[in-house]
Write a protein that binds this ligand. Structure first.
Ligand SMILES: [Ca+2]
Ligand SMILES: [Ca+2]
Ligand SMILES: [Ca+2]
Ligand SMILES: [Zn+2]
Length: 505
């Protein structure tokens, strides 16, 4: 069969094939994988490209670390007998954002009452405007400088993931921010954007005015994030047509919840022979949480130009509270290499990870060590305080401290020194787990690379052992190739299949 006939069977002309090669000449693996999949030989590629020999084509691939000879007729490997070539044909490198949130994806926070424009202005009221006359407001003060910090930061955060654009104006913004006396223990309230003059306006409690009170991670900072959510049309997660399920109806999942969860840490002081504990509310969200991001994207569209390059997200116990990754493209990495606690990292969009987990026992031990405490009564007190706080759910432990939003592809991950658990996603992943006994689950496809480092490490697949080919490579790594996935494994001791375990040399 001629080259033209072979290509015709694939539905392309020689000219189209040449254009494809020219436009992908900087990505040899793309041309290589397509050739392997479609039994296109080096000889055919030479003819399609023109002016080069079969040997030139083989050399072109070899320079890029690909086995060019696998594409020659006399290698005996044409068409995928060579396991590495077959593995490369399992590659899935679509790093563009996937399907984006639409109405109904985050029903618990979607009120349906939204601004018509995505270009909004906001202003800080220093005195009561005339149209508030019927509101019966008391204690009107100039909007506190300290509260402007979380306001501006929240608008900036929203711009990173949604199509909304905010401009601060001196007066009469679409969203007007106020500080007034509040009923009972209310920290603030806001109106949905309903087309009225008060629609979108925010009212904070005039009792809070200091920088200290509005520190990042505090409940007052969080109040600003929450009220701006209302001002943009987000409703409470526990009201309206839909609510979050009870087990996730908390501020880890949405800033529109009232249920504190993993928002506090503890500190201790020893004074005059006694030990005292302090609750510290320093782990409230400063940014919108998972369901809020999806709800606002559904209402106003996603910012598809945010973080389109190759980004690294560095995460550990100290660096993050309850973050959500919105990333619109590129080859991206979650770097949890500094973690000393266990990490359970799930690369799939719409899943949560728990990175650098430190439970109550670990935090108590760390505190005892840091404070150099040897008195057994103090030690018992510290341990009990941590365990009591953990039992109410408000002790921050790192649980679910990172979410990957809908439509986001994160390709690579580096975990820390503890015993970690990693879940792959559907594209080619590079998974590096370092020290510790790690478990890596490769169930989603692509041609994944695992370097499990030291320890007793296991890779699990959701297929039976007889449906894969396994081969040790000259560099000592193992190739595992299935019908729709492949993996290249280094530092892995055990393979787990649905029917059996396999020990690697
Ligand atoms: Ca990116
Ligand atoms: Ca390891
Ligand atoms: Ca994968
Ligand atoms: Zn509210």
């Amino acid at each position: 069969m001629s080259t033209a006939e072979h290509l015709a069977q694939l539905g392309v002309t020689i000219e189209q094939a040449r254009d494809f090669i020219i436009s992908n000449v900087s990505q040899p693996s793309v041309i290589y994988n397509i050739s392997v999949q479609n039994n296109i030989t080096a000889q055919m590629l030479a003819e399609i490209y023109g002016g080069v020999t079969e040997g030139d084509v083989v050399a072109f691939f070899n320079i890029s670390g690909l086995d060019g000879s696998a594409l020659t007729e006399d290698s005996g490997n044409t068409g995928g007998d060579n396991l590495l070539a077959t593995a490369q044909s399992r590659s899935v490198t679509d790093s563009d954002y996937g399907s984006l949130p639409t109405t109904g994806d985050s029903p618990a926070v979607e009120s349906g009452s939204y601004w018509e424009s995505t270009n909004l202005t906001y202003s800080f009221n220093n005195a009561e405007p005339a149209d508030y006359a019927d509101e019966g407001l008391t204690g009107f003060i100039a909007f506190p400088e300290a509260a402007k910090v979380p306001t501006r930061a929240s608008f900036e955060d929203i711009e990173t993931f949604s199509n909304l654009k905010f401009t601060e104006v001196a007066d009469e913004g679409d969203i007007r921010l106020n500080a007034v006396q509040q009923e009972g223990n209310t920290d603030g309230y806001a109106y949905f954007p309903d087309g009225t003059s008060l629609g979108g306006d925010v009212f904070l409690n005039n009792a809070y005015t200091t920088t200290d009170q509005y520190q990042a991670g505090s409940s007052n900072y969080f109040t600003v994030v929450h009220e701006l959510g209302h001002a943009l049309g987000l409703e409470h997660t526990f009201e309206g047509d839909a609510s979050l399920p009870a087990d996730i109806e908390n501020v880890t999942h949405s800033v529109m919840s009232y249920t504190d969860h993993q928002t506090h840490t503890l500190s201790f002081i020893i004074e005059d022979g006694s030990i005292y504990s302090n609750y510290v509310d320093n782990h409230y969200n400063t940014d919108y949480a998972y369901y809020d991001v999806i709800g606002l994207q559904a209402a106003y569209g996603a910012n598809t130009s945010h973080n389109t390059g190759n980004n690294t997200y560095t995460v550990n116990f100290d660096s993050t509270s309850h973050d959500v990754i919105w990333d619109a493209g590129g080859t991206d990495t979650i770097d949890a290499s500094s973690a000393t606690g266990e990490s359970h990292i799930d690369l799939r969009a719409e899943h949560f990870s728990s990175i650098d987990i430190r439970d109550a026992i670990t935090q108590a031990a760390d505190t005892i060590t840091e404070m150099g405490i040897t008195d057994s009564n103090y030690i018992t007190f510290i341990q009990e305080q941590y365990q009591d706080m953990a039992s109410t759910g408000i002790l921050f432990t790192g649980e679910k401290n990172l979410a990957i939003s809908k439509g986001v592809w994160i390709e690579n991950v580096i975990s820390g020194a503890a015993n970690d658990q990693i879940q792959d996603n559907a594209v080619d992943n590079i998974i590096t787990t370092g020290a510790g006994d790690d478990v890596i689950s490769l169930t989603e496809g692509g041609f994944d690379t695992v370097n499990a480092g030291s320890g007793n490490d296991r890779v699990s697949f959701d297929v039976s052992s007889d449906s894969v080919q396994t081969e040790q490579q000259s560099d000592g790594s193992y190739l595992v190739v299935g019908s729709d996935f492949a993996a290249q494994l280094t530092g892995v001791e055990t393979l787990e299949f649905t029917d059996t375990f396999m020990t690697l040399a």
